[in-house]
Design a protein around this ligand. Structure first.
Ligand SMILES: [Fe+2]
Length: 242
């Protein structure tokens, strides 16, 4: 298996590529998506919601050491913070790049309920599995809602979500989703779909449960200059000296 820890050059390339993909799908990002390291080092406490709710770019291989297969590039547009009363939003929204061949690892959340919305490109395949009280995958039936329409599937089954469709993933449901091979819009030889996630507050530091030795925010090998900060990297606001 290809094995290389996530490095800064790969992170920078992933952000640059995501900007091309969002442009292709005519999805506009807020201005802080284009902020440089220097911009953030100048930004005062008025921008603390971006820092403290972990908005912005998010590139991870989950510690898989195999980013092109197990990894994600996301942009968090809005979020609250369950641990800080200054940020009372009860909802979150992320954009997710789905290049064919790459997926996030199977995982579940204890508190977050998320809708996965296919925003365009190809199809998104979502595999859903029940989890028991001891956090182990189990069989049985599973009730899912696709665009307001409830249906029953078998635990472990995969649901196809076409452009414009969405599926709600309740807490304590193992999920893994990816762009269906051969259906995405081709950009530089790879098929792309963009999905978004609308959810209850996303507590990425404490509410992701994986089934392997993985982590949400791996240590990044600094092999190239950083031009953008990821959502977990912002420097604290500089308080001006009087
Ligand atoms: Fe999730």
């Amino acid at each position: 298996m290809f094995s290389q820890p996530l490095n800064r050059a790969r992170v920078e390339a992933a952000v640059a590529l995501a900007q091309i993909v969002f442009h292709h799908f005519q999805i506009e990002l807020p201005p802080f998506a284009a902020w440089t390291v220097a911009d953030w080092e100048r930004a005062g406490p008025a921008h603390d919601e971006v820092r403290h709710c972990m908005l912005g770019w998010d590139v991870t291989d989950f510690g898989s050491r195999d980013f092109s297969h197990i990894g994600r590039t996301l942009f968090t547009l809005r979020n609250g913070n369950l641990h800080d009363a200054r940020y009372p939003k009860s909802y979150a929204e992320k954009l997710i790049i789905d290049p064919e061949g790459q997926r996030a690892p199977a995982h579940f959340h204890r508190t977050k309920r998320e809708d996965i919305i296919n925003r365009g490109g190809g199809n998104v395949l979502i595999q859903l599995t029940n989890v028991d009280a001891a956090d182990h995958p189990v069989g049985g039936a599973l009730s899912v809602v696709v665009d307001g329409c409830r249906r029953t599937i078998a635990s472990g089954e995969t649901v196809r979500i076409r452009p414009g469709e969405s599926l709600c993933i309740p807490p304590r449901t193992i999920h893994q989703f990816w762009g269906e091979e051969g259906t995405g819009h081709r950009i530089d030889g790879i098929g792309y779909t963009v999905s978004s996630e609308v959810s209850s507050v996303c507590d990425d530091l404490k509410d992701n449960f994986f089934f392997a030795d993985l982590t949400r925010f791996p240590v990044i090998v600094e092999d190239a200059p950083r031009t953008v900060y990821l959502c977990n990297e912002y420097p604290a606001a500089q308080v001006p000296t009087p």
